[in-house]
Each structure stands twice: as C-alpha cells, then as structure tokens.
Design a protein around this ligand. Structure first.
Ligand code: C5P
Length: 307
C-alpha cells in the first residue's frame, strides 16, 4: 500500500505566548505544495522503517520516527480488538529533513492512510486526523492538504476558501533547524525589552483570507507573514541574504517556511517562477531550488505503481 503526501508552507504563522504544556497557540494558514514523499507499508514480523532518498541522514530510526509512532497509534486506536500487526514502513524521501516543510509529519500522515487501508481499520478522515494530532501538530494538515486555517497547536483545521493555483520557488538551505529551538528563540526575542508583540493571542489575517479568495498572487504575496522568521534568521543569519535575493529578483512574497530554514518565494506565474529559480541558483544563496505549485492534495493512496 503506497501513499503520496505533500510538504507544506505556512502563508501566515502567528504565534502566541508559550502555554503550560510547552506548545504555543497558533493561528496559521497551511498550504500544501507539490513536493511529495511516498510511503509504502507492508506486513512484517516487527515494525521497522526504511528510508531512501537524497538526504536522509537526519531521519530518525525506530520509535523516534513519526511514521513508526503513527503506525503504533493507529494500531492502538483502530485495531483494539484485533491485535497489533507490525509493518515495514518504506519512506521515499524528497521533502528535506528539518526544513520547515513538515516532512516528518507528512510521513506520519501517509503511514496513517496506508495502514488504515492495509489493515482495513475503517477510520474516517476525521478520525484519522484525531489520531494524527496525537503524533504531531502538523499531521492533521498533511492528511487534509489544500489550504487550511490551523488553530490550537495547529491541529484544529478549517478549510480555507482559496481560489487559483500558486507558483512557488523553494530555496533549500544546507543543514536544518530544530523546531523546538526556533520556538525557544522566538520566546527569547519576545522577552527582550524592545519586543512588544506576542502579548495578545494570535489572530487570523482577514486581508490574507480576502487575497486568497481573489486568487491573485500579487495580492497574496505582500500579506505572507511568519512570526518565527526573526527567530529562524537569528539562528541562521545567512537566510536574510536568501530572502533578499528573492525579493530583488521580483518575488511577490518572500518568507521562511514554518520554523525554517527553507525559504519560499511566491511568483506571479510559471514563467516568473522559472526565472526566479535560475536567479536564486545563480546568486549562490541556497543549496538548491525547486519549483512547486500549491495547493496540493493531502495524503492519498497511489493507485498505479510509482516505480
Ligand atoms: O507537535 P510537534 O511534535 O510537531 O511539535 C514539535 C515541537 O514544536 C514541539 O515540541 C514544540 O517545541 C514546538 N511547537 C510549539 N507550538 C506548536 C507546535 C509546535 O511550541 N503549536
């Protein structure tokens, strides 16, 4: 059973103060893009994970892997009366690791969909999202896909009314950023005397919602926002150059995706995205670039053989 699952960028990421449980209340607008991991699950004598792809060094093995945790969570919830079957989980990785693109959550989401089918567990999409939320804050969105508003830890989703298709250029950095470390840096920056934001709960940008309904990237671009961006840039000052290079070469919007370090640039159309990708490569401000489109569908079973 093979499932394809998209990466995400955040069009808005507004972060509240830290909660008692260590998480932060968010208002975010998730947007799935056409960069996919593929996950295959097969019955096995014990649950294990195999990862293939270009850059898999940072992917945890065994229980620390979110896909393994997802399979275990589904077996516990979905198969209570039927034992706990083991699976081999093969992840073909294209979404870079620790990049702010929710690749680990994507693999967990794909594993939930694949095991739900393989085991005929019969969970509904809403039930799968509930199990996914226990595995990671971004897992429910990787199941849903499209463009959606996330609240709470990011796991409470409402589909957003978004028109059209958006052309993005992703600029990948060498190395990753740890999400907890970026949130901690955000808290530290806000505790500094000059910082004034973050005192009130985060709110959804109505201007961004209207722009998304219009489907016009020129309206959406200037409204992209990410409260984690100053924290990510403080940990990786080189990202400032990457963002500036995109803006100088005509990107309608330039933003760090999630906790970074991937930078996402919104282009007016496919031709401008091609030009921007060439310019960013030439400027030498990132490890590599990739053109993608959003919104992309959430985790879904691949019906034809993919290899
Ligand atoms: O939920 P997930 O395990 O993906 O979150 C990873 C880490 O990101 C958390 O341990 C926490 O440090 C941080 N986080 C947060 N607030 C959120 C989501 C994630 O502080 N809403």
């Amino acid at each position: 059973m093979t499932v394809r699952v998209p990466a995400k960028v955040n069009l808005q990421l507004s972060v509240g103060p830290p909660r008692a449980d260590g998480y932060h209340d968010l208002v975010t607008v998730f947007h799935a893009v056409s960069l996919y991991d593929e996950v295959t699950v097969r019955p096995a004598d014990r649950t294990r994970v195999l990862v293939t792809g270009d850059d898999v060094a940072g992917v945890p093995a065994g229980r620390a892997n979110l896909a393994v945790r997802a399979a275990r969570a589904l077996a516990t919830v979905g198969l209570r009366r039927r034992g706990r079957p083991a699976v081999e989980i093969e992840i073909r990785k294209r979404i870079p690791v620790a990049a702010g693109l929710a690749g680990g959550s994507a693999d967990a989401a794909a594993t939930l969909v694949a095991c739900n089918e393989l085991w005929r567990a019969g969970l509904s999409p809403a039930e799968l999202r509930e199990v996914g939320a226990r595995v990671g804050s971004d897992v429910p969105f990787a199941l849903l896909g499209g463009t959606a508003i996330g609240q709470g830890r990011g796991e409470q989703l409402t589909a957003a009314l978004a028109a059209g298709s958006y052309h993005w250029v992703l600029a990948f950095a060498s190395g990753g950023l740890s999400t907890p470390e970026v949130y901690a840096a955000c808290d530290r920056l806000r505790a500094a005397p000059a910082a004034s934001d973050g005192e009130e709960g985060p709110g959804l940008s109505m201007a961004l919602m209207a722009a998304l309904r219009s489907g016009d990237p020129a309206e959406v671009g200037p409204l992209l926002s990410n409260d984690l961006q100053p924290a990510a840039v403080s940990l990786r000052p080189d990202l400032r150059r990457t963002l500036n290079a995109g803006t100088e070469h005509g990107a309608l919007g330039a933003i760090i995706s999630g906790s970074g370090p991937t930078c996402a640039f919104l282009a007016a159309n496919a031709a401008q995205a091609r030009e921007l990708a060439v310019a960013l490569t030439g400027a030498g401000v990132c490890r590599s670039v990739l053109r993608v489109q959003g919104p992309a569908p959430g985790a879904s079973v691949v019906t034809t053989a993919s290899r």
